[in-house]
Write a protein that binds this ligand. Sequence first.
Ligand code: ZN
Length: 116
Amino acid sequence: MKPNCPTCGMKFERDAGYGTGAMIVNTAVTIGMFLVVFVGIMVVTWPDVPWTAALVITIGVNLVVPIVFYPWSKTIFLGMDLAVRPLSETETAQARTALTQGVTQTATAADVSSED
Ligand SMILES: [Zn+2]
């Protein structure tokens, strides 16, 4: 993930420890998916619930969902944070500075050529 938005220059990690908020979103979504799958298996197969299969499937959900969902959890937390705490004047100025100083140096050649 780039440190700043290539379009507006906003710093993605607005504060130290910003990943913790994303981790909370990721954990909440993983627990939600676990409950949906677990209760879904119980509802569909009741009264003969295949407990071993349910265990294997839900363990798989708890291993795969946090990894697959990780990028979106960062984006969702950033969106939630921006909704509650919009960019300050200082952050807006830093974003402009980052854009003019070419913080997007890590951008790929395709990104750089599209900026022209
Ligand atoms: Zn932006």
